[in-house]
Design a protein around this ligand. Structure first.
Ligand SMILES: NC(=O)c1ccc[n+]([C@@H]2O[C@H](COP(=O)([O-])OP(=O)(O)OC[C@H]3O[C@@H](n4cnc5c(N)ncnc54)[C@H](OP(=O)(O)O)[C@@H]3O)[C@@H](O)[C@H]2O)c1
Ligand SMILES: [Zn+2]
Length: 391
C-alpha cells in the first residue's frame, strides 16, 4: 500500500526505526463544540453540533492535509466517514498528484475496532492504526488488510506516533477528536493550530464529554488568528504558541546568560537550540568565543549546517534575537533564518539601547514562528541591569 509517492506502509514495531527523530507534521486540532464547551451529549446517538456550512468548511480544510486522525472511541461511537464530500476537491487533489482523500489514522490501546466501521470500508486512502503492542497482532488479523496496523509499543507515545507519520510523508495532519485525543495532543505539546467551531447549542450535561479534559491544558498560550461566522456557528482559529517545555528551555537560556564575560557595551544573552524531540542540539552565550559574538551565533556555530534537525528545532534566547547589529554584518535573526530554524522563543524584547530591536519582526516576515514569553523578561533583564535604566 502506498501512502504518498512511493512511501511504503508496513507493519513495523516501534524499535525498528531506531532513535532518529524526523520532524513532526504541522498539526491542527479541529472540533465542533456547544457554547458550554461540550463535544457531544451523553446519549448513545451522535450529536451533530455544526451545520452544513461548517461541514463544508471542514471539508476544505481536510482537502489540504495529508492525513486525518481520530481516536478509537470516536471510530466506535460516531462511525465517521472521514472522506472528502466534494468531488471537485478530490479532483483538485488528484491533479496535485495526491490521493483523492487524505490518509485516515487512529490510535487504540484496546484494539477494539470493528472492521465494518466506515473508517475501514470507505475510500481508497491508506488507513493506519497505531495499536499498543498487546493488541496489535490480533487487530491486524481481524482487520485482514483493511488497514496497516502499526505496533506503537507497550505504552504508545504520541511524539513517536507523529514522528512516524512524518517519516511516512505526512506533512500536514488534522486531528478531529475526540476529547481524549485532542487533550493528548495539547498536553504533549504536539499541536500547532486549534480550530474550534462553536455551535449555538447548550448541552448542560455533566456526563457529556468536553473537548479538553480538565488538567490536560499545557501551561502555554494561544494566539487568536481568526474569527469567522460560518452559517450559524462561529469558527475560532488559534495558533498554539507556547509549548509545555518552552519555559524550562527559556529558563536554561537565561541561566546561560550569566556565564557571559561582563561588558559595559553589550547585552549578556544565553541561547539554546532544541530539536523537535526535546533534546538539546547546542547552546551558547554572548562573547563565548570572541568579544563581539552573540549568544545565538555561538549556538548556531556549533551545529553542522546540514543537520536535519534544524528545520524542526526551536531556538530559545533570553533576549529577542537582533534584527540589526553594529558589530557584524549579519544579525542573529538573519543567521537563524539562514540556518533553517523555523521557531524562536525569547523572553525580553531588545531594549532600545544600542540598536532598535527589529529581530522579532524580521523573523516573522521570514515565516518563522516567534513566541515571546514576557513573564520571564524580568529574569533576562536582571542579568543586564547595569545597562538598563531602572524603571
Ligand atoms: N464534536 C466534535 O467535533 C467531535 C469530534 C470527534 C469526536 N467527538 C465526540 O467525542 C467523543 C469521543 O471522545 P473520547 O475522548 O471518548 O475518545 P477519542 O478521543 O476519540 O479516543 C480515545 C481513545 O484513544 C485511544 N487512546 C487514548 N490514549 C491512548 C494511548 N496512550 N495509547 C493508545 N491508545 C490511546 C483509546 O482507544 P481504546 O479505547 O481503543 O484503547 C481511547 O479510548 C464521542 O462522544 C464523539 O461523539 C466529537
Ligand atoms: Zn544577535
Amino acid at each position: 500500500m502506498v501512502l504518498r509517492r512511493g512511501l511504503l506502509i508496513m507493519v513495523l514495531s516501534a524499535c525498528e526505526y531506531g532513535e532518529s527523530v524526523i520532524h513532526r507534521p504541522h498539526t491542527l486540532l479541529s472540533c465542533a463544540i456547544s457554547v458550554d464547551g461540550y463535544l457531544d451529549d451523553s446519549s448513545p446517538e451522535r450529536l451533530i453540533l455544526s451545520g452544513e456550512a461548517d461541514l463544508d468548511r471542514v471539508d476544505e480544510v481536510r482537502a489540504g492535509v495529508d492525513a486525518i486522525l481520530v481516536g478509537a472511541n470516536t471510530v466506535r461511537r460516531d462511525d465517521p466517514r472521514l472522506v472528502l464530500r466534494s468531488q471537485a476537491r478530490q479532483a483538485a487533489r488528484a491533479e496535485r498528484g495526491l490521493a483523492p482523500d487524505p490518509a485516515k489514522v487512529t490510535i487504540t490501546r484496546s484494539g477494539d475496532l470493528d472492521p465494518a466501521a466506515r473508517f475501514f470500508t470507505l475510500g481508497e486512502a491508506p488507513k493506519l492504526v497505531y495499536a499498543a503492542s498487546g493488541a496489535a497482532e490480533k487487530l491486524d488479523a481481524r482487520l485482514a488488510g483493511r488497514a496497516a496496523v502499526i505496533d506503537a509499543g507497550a505504552d504508545p507515545e504520541l511524539a513517536w506516533i507523529v514522528g512516524d507519520l512524518a517519516r511516512r510523508g505526512v506533512e500536514r495532519l488534522m486531528v478531529e477528536g475526540g476529547g481524549g485525543i485532542l487533550s493528548w495532543f495539547l498536553s504533549a505539546g504536539l499541536a500547532d493550530e486549534l480550530h474550534l467551531t462553536v455551535a449555538p447549542r447548550l448541552v448542560g450535561d455533566a456526563d457529556a464529554p468536553r473537548w479538553l479534559r480538565p488538567g490536560s491544558a499545557p501551561a502555554g498560550s494561544l494566539t487568536l488568528l481568526e474569527t469567522r461566522r460560518v452559517g450559524d456557528c462561529v469558527l475560532m482559529r488559534y495558533a498554539v504558541t507556547e509549548r509545555p517545555a518552552d519555559r524550562e528551555w527559556l529558563t536554561r537560556a537565561i541561566a546561560l546568560s550569566r556565564r557571559c564575560p561582563p561588558s559595559r557595551t553589550a547585552f549578556s544573552v544565553g541561547a539554546v537550540l532544541v530539536a523537535a524531540d526535546g533534546s538539546e542540539i547546542a547552546a551558547g552565550w554572548s562573547r563565548e568565543s570572541d568579544p563581539i559574538e552573540h549568544a545565538e551565533e555561538a549556538a548556531l556555530r556549533k551545529v553542522d549546517p546540514e543537520d536535519s534537525r534544524l528545520p524542526g528545532a526551536t531556538l530559545y534566547s533570553s533576549l529577542e534575537p537582533c534584527g540589526a547589529r553594529a558589530s557584524r554584518p549579519r544579525p542573529c535573526a538573519e543567521l537563524t533564518v539562514a540556518a533553517g530554524v523555523r521557531r524562536v522563543v525569547y523572553a525580553l524584547r531588545e531594549p532600545a539601547r544600542f540598536v532598535d530591536g527589529t529581530g522579532d519582526e524580521r523573523l516573522r516576515q521570514a515565516g518563522v514562528e516567534v513566541v515571546e514569553i514576557a513573564d520571564l523578561a524580568d529574569a533576562a533583564r536582571d542579568v543586564n541591569a547595569h545597562l538598563l535604566p531602572s524603571d
